[in-house]
Each structure stands twice: as C-alpha cells, then as structure tokens.
Write a protein that binds this ligand. Structure first.
Ligand code: F6P
Length: 515
C-alpha cells in the first residue's frame, strides 16, 4: 500500500508554490467549500494553504490511521490510553440524560449541586479558594472568567496554583477564614504544589474544606471530611477534568443550572464528533489542518487569538490540552516519530495581541498560522464596541493573507507627499509579505452551551490529531523527570547536604539559592 504521507507531501509541495490569493482566484466557491459547521461553532479554513486535493490526501491519511476505529474505541470506553491501560471517558461526564436516569456520574453531580446550594445560599460563606494546578486549575479558572455574566454576586472566588508562595498569599488576602470554603482539587492528591498550598491555607483556618479528587482516600487521610470529598475516576485525564467535580467551584460560583448547560453544549459537540463522517467533522477536519500546518508545511507554532476578552484564558487552557497531550516523541508502539506531532500553542486575546506580537506575525521571516475566534453574538459592554472588535479580527486575517508589496508601500508614501528617495528607502520596512494562513472561527454567542461546545471541540481536535500522528495523547510521562529531580533537590535547598554527582551548573545555583 502506498504510504499516505507521500500524497500529503506532494500536495504540500504543490501548494507551497501557490499563494492563498491564487487559491481564491482558482475557486470562486472556496469559502463555501472550506467553511464547516458544528454545534455553536463555525470555522472557515479558506485562508489556510489547502484545497480539495490536499484535504483528500489528509482524509486518506486519516483512514490509514484508522480514525474511525480509534474514534469508536474512544466512545466505546475501550483502552485508548495504552501506556496507562485506561479508557478516556471525559465525554461520559457530559451525558446529561444517561440511560436509566442515574449512575455514579450523576450521583456526584447531584451532590455537587446540593453542596453548591448550601454554600452559596446559607449566608455563611462569602469566598471560595480553589487550589489545584494544571488540569485541576486551568479549566475552572477559564470557565469562571468566560462566564462572568452568569456568576453569583455573593461569592468571591480566588485561585492559587503556583508553588511560589506569592500566589497563595494573594489568594487569602483580605478574606475572612471563618467565611471561606477551601476546595483542594487534585486528581492524584499527591501534587507537591497543590498540597503545599493546601497545607498553608488549611493552617489559616477556613470554615470548611472540600476536595475534588480521584483518590478520595488520600483526601480523607489529609483531613477532608468524607462527606465533603467529591470523587472522579481514573478514566478522566487531568487535562479533561473540568467536566468533573474539579469544577465544584464553578457549580458554586455560577448561578443555578449554568454548569449543567455547559455540559449540554459539550455533549452536542461530542455527538457531532462521534456521529459525523470525517469529511464534515469539524474537530477532525481542524485536526487534519493543524497536522498539515505542523507536519506537512513545517510551522512550529500557531497563535490562538480569541477576539473576545472573556475567552482570554482559552489559550492558556489549550496550551496544556494540546502540548501535554500531543507533545510526544514516539508512536503508540514506542517507535520514534518521523515528524513532530504537536506545534507550540500560544496566544492572548485580540486586540491586545495586535499591540504586542502581531508585528512578528506580519513581518517576521517565518510564517506562523493564526486561529482567530470571534464571538458572533457579543452582548456585553458598549454596543458601539462590537463592530470594532470584529473589524479588527477580520482585518488582521486579511492583512496576513493579502500583505502589501514594496511597490504599493512606496506608491502610498509618494501619494502622501514623501520624496521618492525616502519612499524608496522606507518601502521595504513598510511592506508585508502576506500569503500567511489563518482560520476564522466563530461561536454563536458566549453562552454556557457554546463555551461547552468550544472546549469539547478542542478536546476532540487534540485527540483526532493524535490519531493522525499515531500517538497516545492521554499520558504525560514527560512531566515526571522534572518532578523527580525537584524532589531530589528539595532537601538540599532546605539545608541538607547537596546530592552528589550534580552537574556543576545545578550545583552552583543550589548553593546560591539555599535557604
Ligand atoms: O502536569 C502534570 C499533571 O499531572 C497534569 O496532567 C495535571 O493536570 C496536573 O499535573 C495536576 O495533577 P493533579 O490533579 O493530580 O494534582
């Protein structure tokens, strides 16, 4: 059988010789052909360096990678995390009307709901401190920021994740411990940063302590009352845990039913991903394009730019999701990867990004694809701002693609009265190469449902990209070595003898930083 990569590489070589504007000229229906819908989400890939033949090659690659088979395994609850021998059933947390009505998932959801009601309505609490890190932090932090319009007004929420003590010191600042709930969120309940922060806040004396964990016995041993431990399961990966009891803080801080509506939106995206054929499946198509940019065209990173202030934490959440999942060096079978399976995800909210690193995106030597997200149903704030934020998003995508030649830049300057000599000298500095790819996506509005769907879209895209690359996205052994070494260095930093056989640089800094 022909290696499907041969066709993908041939298509990439062909398309590298064209421009995006040529692709539009060649196909008047390009926007319609390359715009796809999923629940609450629309994506236009027409400004990506792809066309029908390239997509066909990518679809053949997906077939060769047994995309349908792996997707079925995911939703059958089969072992897809092959190195840890686990299923990955975060989608099961979003089945809002399970067969038979009740199961262990809805039982925990019901308990979360009752607990949230008690905390928020009793009048005894005015603050919640949520301690967790990575997947036990990014999700709830982002959700509460994004859904500010749905927040209860009587509950202040503070997060702390970093083991730099400044973070937890800020978290308690100005709060009354007698009116504060502490939530410790940790799948393993062994994470150094979270436990150090939890020990500190527990000593400060919060009125009540709850835990969200897949290791309830450890939370109880640490001192949480069994009735206030909200479990989840080892088949929920850390970076997929925002759908679990890790979001207890959201259930408390959002008004009644909002968290459930988020689950419903995510479930809509699950159904789309599970049931839609590859050729119209938005997460899978988007995964193919991510892979195309990374592996076929060689772009080492992409910028994720939400033109929606409420989605400003999305890039941070997506960084962990994508890079902790797909930042791998070997295939599922342990063979070295021939091509990198993961680009660097980075970005902040537009328009702020325009006044920061967009200079590099427009005029830097290397192309960096951009994923724009707009909120098509923006409601908050002054109505006159809406058109401005859209205009900026559309303009950036258009400028990246269209660019401006030196000759155009020179002619503009001369028309404004610049001398020919100065215009000639300045033109190269004021020219834009253009021909730079981007995707334009829109959520229909920033509701709990659309946020749920958007986040589930990214989760499924990450999984689909892993399938195309033949890797396991559900383990994260790459974080272990640093943790082991930190544990080994800690005693020396606290005053014990330095370990032997350290490299000279680490040894030097250990002596500098010893407390
Ligand atoms: O960074 C490694 C990691 O295991 C993440 O996958 C996880 O989200 C984070 O640490 C926190 O882990 P836990 O929830 O077990 O405290």
């Amino acid at each position: 059988m022909r290696n499907p990569w041969t066709s993908v590489e041939a298509e990439a070589a062909r398309l590298k010789r064209t421009t995006l504007l040529d692709l539009f000229a060649a196909d008047p229906k390009r926007v319609e052909a390359l715009t796809f819908d999923a629940p609450h989400l629309k994506a236009d890939f027409s400004k990506q360096r792809i066309d029908g033949a390239a997509l066909d090659a990518l679809m053949s690659l997906a077939e060769a990678a047994d995309f349908d088979g792996w997707r079925a395994k995911l939703f059958d609850g089969a072992v897809v995390n092959t190195t840890e021998n686990r299923a990955a059933k975060h989608w099961a947390l979003r089945i809002t009307d399970p067969p038979g009505g009740h199961n262990e998932i809805t039982a925990v959801l019901d308990r979360m709901h009752d607990f949230a009601h008690e905390i928020a309505e009793s009048g005894n609490f005015d603050a919640v401190i949520h301690l967790g890190i990575g997947g036990s932090d990014f999700g709830p932090r982002m959700v509460l920021d994004a859904l500010k319009a749905y927040r209860r007004s009587n509950i202040t929420v503070r997060f702390a994740a970093n083991v730099d003590g400044a973070d937890v010191a800020d978290a308690i600042e100005g709060l009354d411990p007698a009116r504060t709930l502490l939530i410790v969120a940790s799948k393993t309940f062994t994470t150094q940063e979270t436990l150090a922060n939890a020990d500190f806040v527990r000593a400060w004396g919060p009125a009540r302590i709850a835990a969200a964990t897949a290791a309830p016995e450890k939370a109880i041993a640490w001192g949480v009352a069994a009735a206030d431990v909200f479990p989840f399961w080892d088949w929920v990966g850390g970076r997929y845990s925002l759908w679990s009891s890790v979001s207890l803080v959201c259930e408390i801080a959002l008004t009644h039913g909002v968290f459930f509506r988020m689950l419903e939106g995510a479930e809509e995206m699950d159904n789309h991903f599970r049931d839609t054929p590859l050729a119209h499946n938005l997460p899978a198509l988007s995964a193919a394009i991510q892979m195309w940019n990374r592996e076929a065209l060689g772009h080492g990173s992409y910028a994720l730019i939400p033109y929606a202030e409420r989605l400003r934490l999305l890039p941070t959440w997506a960084q962990q999701l994508e890079m902790e999942s797909n930042g791998k060096g070997v295939t599922r079978d342990g063979a070295p990867l021939e091509r990198s399976a993961c680009a660097v995800t980075w970005g902040v909210a537009g328009t702020n990004a325009q006044h920061s690193f967009f200079q590099l995106l427009h005029q830097g030597v290397e192309e960096i694809p951009v994923e724009f997200i707009v909120n098509a149903g923006a409601q908050e704030g002054p109505p006159s701002h809406r058109a401005k934020v859209y205009a900026n998003a559309l303009a950036q995508a258009r400028a990246l693609m269209v660019g401006k030649t030196s000759a155009q830049a020179k002619a503009e300057m001369v028309a404004r009265g610049t001398s020919d000599a100065d215009a000639t000298r300045l033109a190269p500095h004021r020219a834009f190469p253009g021909n730079r790819a981007s995707t334009m996506m829109a959520i229909d509005a920033l509701t709990p449902e659309s946020l749920g769907a958007l986040l589930a879209f990214y989760e499924h895209r990450t999984f689909a990209q892993a399938v195309l690359s033949g890797i396991n996205p559900f383990d994260q052994w790459g974080v272990e070595l640093g943790k082991e070494m930190a544990n080994a260095l800690l005693p020396a930093l606290e005053g014990a003898a330095a370990p032997e056989n350290l490299d000279p640089s680490t040894d030097f800094w250990l002596r500098q930083l010893r407390t």
